[in-house]
Design a protein around this ligand. Structure first.
Ligand SMILES: O=C[C@H](O)COP(=O)(O)O
Length: 253
C-alpha cells in the first residue's frame, strides 16, 4: 500500500472511531483525558464511548462536533427492559448522542421476537440519540444465530449493528463483521455497522472498513454509518496518519 493511501485511510478511520474507555476503574479524570485525546492532531474522532455516569461530564467537556456514546444493559445483556429503559432515559437526559444497547443475546435463538421488542422499546425512548445494538456475536452459537440477531435488531429499528462489548473472549472478527454487513446490505444498506472489541492496529481497523466498502459499496462507510469501537487503536492510527514510528516498533508507512 502506498504511504499516502495508508495515511489517508488512517485519518478516515480516526473520523470513524468511537474512542472507548469502558474500564471497570474508569474515573472522571480518565474521561477528561479521553475527551482531550478525542481532538487528535489528525482531526476529531467520531465519538467517545463511556459509562453512563460520565455522560453529563463528558458532554460539558467535549465540543459539539464529537458525539457522546454510552452503554446500557452492559455488558451482560441480562437486565429487564424496564431497567434498561431507565438507564436509557437518564443517559439521553444527560446528553448522550448515541446509546449502545447490549441486546438480550442469550434469547436470540429461543425468542428472537423478544430481542426485536427490546430494541423497539429502547429505540422509542432514545429521542434524538442513535441506537447501536450490541449483538455480542462471540457468544452467539453459530452463523444462523448471528444472522437472526441482525434481523431482530434491524426489525426493531436499530440505527447500527455492533458486534461486541469488548468484554468476552471473542469480540469483533472479520467473519462476524461480514455477516452484519451482509444483512445490512440485504436490508437496503441504511443501517450502520460498528465492529468493536479487540481492534488494536491500523490493519485491523482498515480491514473492517474495506469489508464495509466491498459488501455495502464504497459510499457506505461514512462516519454516520460506519464506526469502529476501540480503546487501544488510536495511537497506531495517529502514527500511520502522521507517518511516524508506530507503537510496538512496527515499521511506519
Ligand atoms: O465498544 C467498544 C469496546 O468495548 C472496546 O473494546 P476494546 O477495549 O477491546 O477496544
Amino acid at each position: 500500500m502506498a504511504g499516502g493511501t495508508a495515511a489517508r485511510r488512517a485519518k478516515a478511520l480516526i473520523a470513524r472511531l468511537d474512542l472507548t474507555n469502558l474500564a471497570e476503574d474508569c474515573s472522571e479524570a480518565d474521561v477528561a483525558a479521553l475527551c482531550d485525546r478525542a481532538e487528535t492532531p489528525a482531526g476529531p474522532v467520531a465519538a467517545i464511548c463511556i459509562w453512563p455516569e460520565f455522560v453529563a461530564f463528558a458532554r460539558r467537556e467535549l465540543s459539539a462536533r464529537i458525539k457522546v456514546a454510552t452503554v446500557v444493559n452492559f455488558p451482560m445483556g441480562g437486565a429487564d427492559v424496564d431497567a434498561t429503559l431507565a438507564e436509557t432515559r437518564q443517559a439521553v437526559a444527560d446528553g448522550a448522542d448515541e446509546i449502545d444497547l447490549v441486546v438480550a443475546y442469550d434469547r436470540v435463538e429461543s425468542d428472537p421476537g423478544f430481542v426485536e421488542a427490546q430494541v423497539r422499546t429502547i429505540k422509542a425512548h432514545c429521542g434524538h440519540a442513535k441506537l447501536k445494538t450490541i449483538l455480542e456475536t462471540g457468544r452467539l452459537f453459530d452463523e444462523a444465530a448471528i444472522r437472526t440477531a441482525c434481523h431482530a435488531a434491524i426489525a426493531g429499528g436499530a440505527d447500527f449493528l455492533k458486534t461486541s462489548t469488548g468484554k468476552v473472549e471473542v469480540n469483533a472478527t472479520p467473519a462476524s463483521a461480514r455477516m452484519l454487513l451482509e444483512e445490512i446490505a440485504k436490508a437496503g444498506g441504511t443501517v450502520g455497522c460498528k465492529p468493536a472489541g479487540g481492534i488494536r492496529t491500523f490493519e485491523d481497523a482498515d480491514g473492517y472498513m474495506r469489508l464495509a466498502e466491498t459488501i455495502c459499496g464504497s459510499d457506505y462507510p461514512s462516519p454516520d454509518r460506519f464506526r469502529l469501537g476501540a480503546s487501544g487503536v488510536l495511537a497506531d492510527l495517529l502514527a500511520v496518519a502522521a507517518g511516524t514510528e508506530r507503537p510496538g516498533g512496527k515499521a511506519g508507512y
